[in-house]
Each structure stands twice: as C-alpha cells, then as structure tokens.
Design a protein around this ligand. Structure first.
Ligand SMILES: Cc1ncc(COP(=O)(O)O)c(C=O)c1O
Length: 365
C-alpha cells in the first residue's frame, strides 16, 4: 500500500490541531510543490492554480529567472536591515518603481513586508504630511488585517467581527457599484454629505481606495470617479492614496489601475505580484509627501528584504510581456457598465471584465 495516499487527511488533522480556525484554508489540499500555473499535492495529484497565492503570482510559481535571482542574492546577503545599511537591490527597485509610478513627479519609495504594513505606512506618511488625522475609506474596500487595515476595511464579516475597538478617525463612504445602482454621482454625493456632516475636509489627511475593489466583488471605480476624487483631494489638500496591492503590475491591463483614469495619485501602495512570491510591499509616492515623516519614523526589520528586492527586480523585467498580453483582454471588455445595462448583463459577462485580474499567466514567458 502506498503510504502517501493517506497523507492529506493526516496533515489536515495536524493543521486543525495546531493552527487556529480564524485562519481558514479554503481548499482541503496540502501542497508539496508548484511550478508555473500548476500545483502538486502531497499525494502527487496535479492541479491548475487559478488563485496564484491571491494575486501574487502574475508570472507563475517559481519562475526560473526569479529563482536564479534569489539564489544569486542568497550567495551575497539575505538580510541586512535597510535601517542599518543600504544595499543595491533596494535602491534599484526604489528607482524603478518611481520611474514606473511617479510620472513627471519627483518620487520616492519605501519598502515593507506585507500589504497591510504598506497601507499603515501610507496613512502614517499622509498624516505626517498634512498634520491631520482623519482618513476616508470606502464600503466594500479591503486594506489588510492589522488594526488600522481592519479599520479601513469596509466589510464587517469576518474581517472586523469581535476585533474592536477600531482605530479612531476613519470614515467610510459608498464606492460606485453599477450592479447595485450606485453611480459615480451618487457615490460623490455621499462623500460630500460625509464631509458636510461628519468630518470637515480640512481635518482629512487621506482618502484611500482600490481602483478595482477585489474582496469587495471585483468592482472597478469609473474613471470619472477617480478623476473627481483627484480634484477633491487637490482642492482640500488631502493625500489621495491608491491601494494597488491587488490591482498593480498589469492585473487590470495597465501597469496600475489608476492609469486607466489618467490621474496621478499622491501615494500608491504595492505588494502581492511585486516580488513573484516573496514577501515584499511598498509605498511609492510624491517625494515631498514621502519625506514628511522624520528620520527613523519609517521602517521595519524585514522591510525591503534583500532577497525579496532581488526577486522583484527579476519579476520587473518579465512583466513587460505580461502587461502587453493583458491589454487586448482589457480592450475587449467594456469599461464600467452603464448603470441600466448592468442588471441586464449575464453574470458571466460581468465576471469577464476582470478575468485577467482574477487569474494569472499560465506560461513561463
Ligand atoms: C487591496 C488590498 N490591500 C491590502 C491587502 C493586504 O495585504 P496583505 O495580506 O499582504 O497584508 C490586500 C490583500 O489581499 C489587498 O487586496
């Protein structure tokens, strides 16, 4: 008898005994290895991976160029802590992301480990820059599982349930949702009302949103909505933060979701597909805003780890083809559904709009 055949139930029992239930594992699988778009479980069964570690593996598992870059970096230095000494992969990655995101603006980048940490730091930077405390986020938004990330997240269950009290001075407002009849105009009216009744604009440090809500149901913010937020933020000196942790690096058919609207955010949070499977996140934004925190105010022991930065630099070179490949798909799928049409469209058509966003490339290109 092949003893490996019984391994999955045994390992899942081990999982239940030693890992808390709050941390779910969506599929009853224990995987052993992965390559490209495929996974193999401990019993040797092969699966097609449509999840990619939740938007992390745009270029697939264990891309040979990423593996080679990490191995080469490991021979040199794996961890040094950027607050102690600088190292080149961090510097090169900061420069490349600034070139990619900054447009014509002078830009700086700081690296962290998880997406939630990037969100936390973006809010810190915005508060330091404005000397204001309030933050506006959106219903249905997801921004991570730390206390501030959870506070900013606009979904109660399971993310917020039993975890309060939450961080103060965070306000939520509706996100456009053509499927539910929430047009950009309605969402902007609700935001105006929030500013008139609950928090004055001159107390607001930042507005944070995803250009396409991921966990919230793959809802794209219409271009005019992002443009109106840009104008509102400019008018009141509010920092506009685009959380591109899930949308970034080609997942919407452009490098970043905000580019569809032709706006320039003040700060952009990045993570997930940034480093092809290694834990790395960052805040990239206008230099004068990024420089607001005092020396020592930003950082983290593992933030911008050398192996992760080397992986990101290897991924960066591969993404050109990925983004180019996504563009025909993005062009074929119409930009946000007219409100009346949305209800009439079959569900699979609505899903199609983000089919690239939800999936990832299956080749090794
Ligand atoms: C838009 C967005 N922001 C923040 C996060 C949090 O990232 P992490 O899980 O790496 O902390 C996620 C994760 O799914 C996300 O999709």
């Amino acid at each position: 008898m092949n003893s490996r055949v019984d391994e999955t139930p045994h390992l899942l029992r081990q999982r239940d005994q030693f890992v808390p239930r709050g941390l779910i594992t969506a599929h009853p699988l224990v995987i052993d290895r992965a390559q490209g778009a495929e996974l193999w479980d401990v019993e040797g069964k092969r699966y097609l991976d449509f999840v990619g570690g939740i938007g992390v593996l745009n270029i697939g598992h264990n891309h040979p160029k990423v593996v080679a870059a990490v191995q080469a970096q490991l021979q040199k230095v794996s961890h040094a802590c950027f607050q102690v000494v600088a190292y080149q992969p961090y510097l090169d990655l900061a420069q490349r992301l600034c070139e990619l995101i900054g447009g014509e603006h002078a830009c700086k980048a700081a690296f962290f480990t998880s997406g939630a940490e990037a969100v936390e730091n973006a809010v810190k930077i915005a508060r330091a820059h404005t000397n204001r405390s309030a933050v506006i986020a959106f219903r249905g938004g997801f921004h991570g599982r730390t206390l501030l990330g959870t506070t900013l997240t606009g979904m109660s269950q399971p993310y917020k349930q039993n975890f309060g009290p939450f961080a103060p001075e965070v306000f939520h407002t509706p996100y456009p949702n053509a499927y539910r009849g929430v047009t950009s105009d309605l969402a902007l009216q609700a935001l105006d009302e929030l500013l008139a009744t609950q928090v004055a604009p001159d107390r607001v440090a930042a507005i944070i949103l995803e250009p396409v809500q991921g966990d919230g149901g793959f809802l794209a913010a219409p271009a005019e909505f992002l443009q109106a937020l840009r104008a509102l933020a400019d008018k009141h000196g509010i920092v506009l933060i685009l959380d591109e942790i899930q949308t970034g690096f080609g997942r919407t058919g452009a490098w970043f979701g905000f580019q569809h609207a032709g706006i320039q955010p003040d700060l952009v949070t990045v993570a997930k597909s940034l480093a092809g499977g290694l834990p790395l996140s960052g805040v990239v934004g206008k230099a004068h805003i990024m420089d607001a925190p005092l020396p020592g105010g930003l950082g983290g022991t593992y933030g911008g780890n050398a192996l992760a930065c080397a992986a990101a630099l290897a991924v960066r070179g591969l993404r050109r083809g990925t983004v180019a490949g996504a563009q025909p798909i993005a062009r074929r799928t119409p930009a946000p559904w007219p409100a009346g049409l949305a209800g009439a469209l079959p569900a699979h058509r609505r899903c199609a709009r983000h089919r690239f966003y939800a999936g990832h490339r299956t080749d090794q290109g």
